[in-house]
Design a protein around this ligand. Structure first.
Ligand code: FEO
Length: 400
């Protein structure tokens, strides 16, 4: 396995996971990468490691540059297992006595995860000399975990940003300039929506602090722990994050639904037709063929999330409960919500969805629309009215 040179004495030595499709409940249709980096200065330093199972790939790439036992220290920017799962194995290979540096919470989390593995965990200070280069450390709590930090080589303007500015995409290419922006933007949005959405307030504060400190102008290369290395124009991905943290809604609606005998599906089609005819970009997402994380990605920039559920045994449909649980955990802001669904005799499904959307803080312009048994063309007035109400509210809330 070959390493990739990023700058003088700095190499990508990570692993490519072409096969992963379920990333803790998030669909990764293009796989992912676990990026790790080697700095061959006086202190030979490994920045982050890889998921458990990819130890040999990491060591193979390192071995093409130096004997892994020559590594003098490891810096762990983020303790989550996709970057630390191989840490015990890697430390056994390079020398268990070598220090693993992390933030104070990183030390705590790594100690909790790897009890009894004998790691020599050390808390980083503000910076560290590696010889010709140095590393500066910036705490970035909640991007993505409380332990997260960035490491910066000022002599190169090179930022190791762990989960920040990443994306899940497995490929042989390593750099942003090997792709068009129209290709990577949806991948970056998908990643942000499913990984970082709950933390937009913290991300916004971090971006502001980085801007104020003058660090932003010094950054020439960003090396995240997933996806591409940003060397052509790292400002583009920083700018995108600046937009995304605002959660400003677009003139867009997402209709996410499931169906038992096609009646709720028919209602979804009627809503989609009417919203479309009212000039609202509308995504029609059946949960029969869309994953919860695809809905979350489409919902991120949408003004309205309209959820349809039949009633089954006095409850909403299980797939809808799953979706709502997921969306609730993402804490999406500035959303208009609406519920609909068909039923046979008791009809709780749509009502429960409406109550849950309300509990999630979504603005509800109307009551849920329900049809008993099979909706008929002549009875669609309430559904068309709901579409109009939603379109009007989107018009007031959306930026475009
Ligand atoms: Fe890529 Fe939060 O781990």
């Amino acid at each position: 396995m070959e390493p990739v040179k990023i700058a003088e004495n700095v190499y990508w030595v990570g692993a490519v996971d072409y096969d992963i499709r379920d990333f803790h409940g998030y669909l990764t249709p293009h796989g992912s990468t676990y990026n790790a980096f080697l700095i061959t200065d006086k202190e030979i330093t490994l920045v982050d490691t890889v998921r458990h199972g990819f130890e040999e790939e990491l060591l193979s790439r390192i071995s093409k540059i130096v004997d892994p036992t020559k590594i003098t220290r490891v810096v762990s920017n983020h303790a989550e297992m996709d970057h630390s799962g191989s840490l015990p194995g890697i430390m056994r290979a390079i020398g268990l006595e070598k220090p693993v540096y992390a933030s104070s919470l990183g030390v705590k989390n790594l100690a909790g995860q790897f009890q009894g593995e004998g790691l020599n965990l050390q808390t980083v200070g503000k910076d560290m000399s590696l010889g010709s280069y140095s590393l500066q450390f910036i705490e970035t709590r909640m991007i993505h975990w409380p332990d997260s930090m960035f490491s910066f080589i000022p002599e190169l303007g090179l930022l190791f940003s762990q989960d920040g500015f990443g994306m899940h995409y497995a490929s042989v290419e390593r750099f942003d300039d090997q792709f068009e922006e129209s290709f990577w933007r949806p991948l970056a949005l998908n990643y942000f929506a499913n990984i970082l959405t709950p933390y937009t307030v913290q991300i916004s504060k971090t971006l502001e602090a980085v801007k104020k400190s003058g660090l932003l102008e010094k950054i020439k290369i960003i090396c995240p722990d997933h996806g591409f290395i940003w060397r052509k124009d790292p400002g583009k991905i920083v700018e995108l994050y600046g937009e995304l943290v605002t959660q400003r809604p677009k003139k867009k609606a997402v209709i996410a639904f499931d169906t038992m005998w096609h009646s709720t599906e028919f209602m979804a089609r009627v809503l989609a037709d009417h919203l479309g005819s009212l000039g609202v970009e509308t995504k029609y997402l059946s949960l029969k063929n869309h994953h919860r994380s695809q809905v979350a990605t489409e919902a991120y920039e949408a003004a309205a999330i309209i959820v349809g559920s039949p009633t089954i045994n006095n409850q909403m449909f299980p797939s809808i409960a799953d979706l709502l649980c997921y969306l609730k955990s993402l804490k999406l802001k500035n959303k208009i919500g609406a519920a609909f669904g068909s039923y046979g005799w008791s009809g709780e499904g749509a009502k429960l969805v409406q109550a849950e959307l309300s509990a999630m803080g979504y603005a509800l312009p109307g009551s849920e629309v329900r049809y008993q048994w099979v909706p008929k063309e002549k009875d669609l007035g309430p559904l068309k009215d709901l579409a109009k109400l939603i379109a009007d509210e989107i018009g007031k809330a959306a930026v475009s």
